[in-house]
Write a protein that binds this ligand. Structure first.
Ligand code: CMP
Length: 140
């Protein structure tokens, strides 16, 4: 499988509880390298634009409010089949439905406060990496 890059966001519920290091350990233990990382606060406009594909969904406004409620850590993860691997390590969106041993099962608080975001396809990864890290190559 090819070496890929993908985008992950450690969400405000993770920074608030100081579990970003524990979450990063999960990624690194599964062969993913953190090739770029920044802790920042999203503006409302950035959060709206980042999640614009969900604009029509009932949870959109609440999601945007949550994502700007505290700092996030945005990061580019690199490894074999990184897009799918990160999604496997994160687990299902709803922590209650996530498999044992996944990040969302172990750290997530609710379907909204689910600790981590990961790009859902290679195309999305390209867009999302460019959104935060214009200076980073999309491919290794
Ligand atoms: P994420 O993978 O970042 O993508 C969209 C986010 O919307 C999701 O994780 C959750 O944080 C949030 N969300 C809130 N409610 C829902 C829902 N019912 N279904 C999917 N995502 C939701």
């Amino acid at each position: 499988m090819a070496i890929e890059r993908t985008l992950s966001i450690l969400k405000p519920d993770a920074t608030r509880r100081n579990v970003t290091g524990a979450i990063n350990e999960r990624f690194e233990a599964r062969g993913l390298s953190i090739v770029a990382q920044q802790r920042l606060r999203l503006t409302k406009e950035e959060a709206e634009r980042f999640y614009e594909v969900h604009a029509a969904r009932p949870f959109y406004e609440s999601l945007v409010a949550f994502m700007i409620s505290g700092p996030v850590v945005v990061q580019v993860l690199e490894g074999e089949g990184a897009v799918a691997r990160v999604r496997e390590i994160m687990g299902a969106t709803d922590p209650e439905k996530a498999a044992p041993g996944t990040i969302r099962k172990d750290f997530g608080l609710s379907v909204e406060e689910n600790s981590v975001h990961g790009s859902d396809s290679r195309e999305t990864a390209e867009r999302e990496i460019a959104f935060f890290f214009s200076e980073i190559e999309i491919c290794p």
